[in-house]
Write a protein that binds this ligand. Structure first.
Ligand code: NAD
Length: 384
């Protein structure tokens, strides 16, 4: 098998997770990384055991033998770095959100599709194996007509007003925060599972901490000592800590979901319930190896992620036998396996489970309609 060579741009939380997942796939080699400065890149390279580490991602793109690039930087860099990577002839996996505006995402879809290169957005939650099982249940009519979809994506990492991150600044994150950051995962998953399209939205946003305290130096500088009031600067916050969105699907189903980054105790919990005319299903990401099946006229079930129990569409996404639990890192491994299989086959993936740049654009369109709806306090259609 020809070894495919890859580079990862932006080695924060998720960039390091990309490197680790890539190392679990035979025939892939991470040959370079790029980070925000030469010194930081060198330190990250040593930490991860990658020899070639650059402070400017263009140096990574200039390496001829690199086949593919993973863009894992803050949101505002996704579009320019992905454009440069495509122009350099690299296949690209871009983190979500694909861009910060619909216009940027449209441009990336156009460029990706005309390039003939393989591209993907890292909507990794689709790759929990039970998601493919639920998708197959719905496609096969097992749930009947879908009446309603409801759920949430809750986190607590921005609970205190002293919690700070680039995601709080629209210049880096875009005009929406919680919806773009985690709502995009929830909506991508629901449209993927149900095959339905969200046609109209009505949103209510809240900014719980209207002023946050930004540390005046990088947090590492303060390591080992408590921060004092003079170590912070007050910053006004305009993006949403919390949002609830009502949904009308094009096919008639109704829905509602809540996102929050200030829900104490909820570390990273995506939850949904899909109610159909025959059955309901429910799943949560913090217990990803099981799903609930609800019945009116019989006992409810708890189905475990076990290759012998799930739909065949889900089987190739399972790396370990039942009871040997899989989780978040396995989802990226499974997505990357599909991506690199497409690279080897010489063209875009035809797998219906695969998240393309069009899915990335779709999330930007949904986010835009939700943002406008929250401003106008009104139901709005989602524009394609
Ligand atoms: N799919 C998922 O589950 C998931 C999870 C987390 C984050 N994300 C996405 O990944 C992206 C990064 O998020 P994160 O949580 O890893 O953030 P992070 O802040 O931990 O990491 C981003 C890194 O990019 C580096 N960076 C900044 N400018 C750069 C440049 N010009 N070149 C190279 N590196 C640069 C920063 O120094 C930082 O270390 C975001 O877009 C986010 O939405 C996706």
């Amino acid at each position: 098998m020809k070894k495919l060579k890859t580079g990862v741009i932006g080695i924060g939380f998720i960039g390091a997770a990309h490197v680790e997942a890539l190392r679990r796939i035979p025939g892939i080699e991470v040959v370079a990384i790029a980070h925000s400065s030469d010194a930081k890149a060198k330190a990250k390279g040593e930490e991860l055991g990658v020899d070639r580490a650059f402070g400017d991602y263009r140096q990574l793109l200039a390496i001829k033998e690199i086949d593919a690039v993973h863009v894992c930087t803050p949101n505002h860099l996704h579009c320019p770095q992905t454009k440069d990577a495509l122009a350099a002839g690299k296949h690209v996996i871009c983190e979500k959100p694909l861009a910060v505006t619909v216009k940027e995402a449209q441009e990336l879809v156009k460029l990706a599709e005309s390039s003939g290169l393989v591209t993907a957005v890292h909507f990794n939650i689709r790759f929990y194996p039970l998601m493919a099982h639920i998708r197959a249940m719905i496609a096969g009519g097992e749930l009947g007509e879908i009446y309603a979809v409801h759920g949430s994506y809750l986190q607590d990492w921005l609970f205190y007003d002293t919690d700070y991150n680039w995601r709080l600044e629209p210049e880096y994150s875009g005009e929406s925060r919680a919806i773009a950051d985690i709502g995009s995962h929830w909506m991508d998953l629901i449209e993927y599972l149900t095959g339905g399209k969200i046609g109209e939205v009505c949103a209510d946003f809240a900014t719980i901490h209207k002023i946050r305290k930004k540390p005046l130096k990088p947090l590492e500088t303060f390591a080992g000592k408590l921060l004092k009031p003079e170590d912070y600067k007050d910053i006004p916050i305009g993006t949403e800590d919390y949002a609830t969105v009502m949904l009308r699907f094009a096919g008639g189903a109704r829905g509602v979901f809540t996102v929050s980054q200030v829900s104490a105790g909820r570390k990273n919990r995506l939850y949904f319930e899909i109610d159909g005319s025959k059955k309901s299903v429910a799943w949560e990401s913090e217990l990803p190896n099981q799903m609930w099946i609800g019945r009116r006229d019989g006992p409810n079930e708890l189905l475990l992620r076990d290759p012998s129990l799930v739909h065949e569409d889900s089987r190739d996404l399972i790396g370990f036998p039942g009871g040997h639990n899989e989780g978040f890192p396995d989802t990226s491994k499974q997505l990357f396996k599909q991506f690199y299989a497409a690279v080897r086959s010489g063209g875009p993936s035809k797998d219906p489970r695969y998240p393309t740049f069009r899915h990335g654009l779709r999330e930007l369109q949904l986010c835009d309609a939700i943002l406008q709806s929250s401003k106008k306090r009104a139901w709005l259609p989602v524009k394609d």
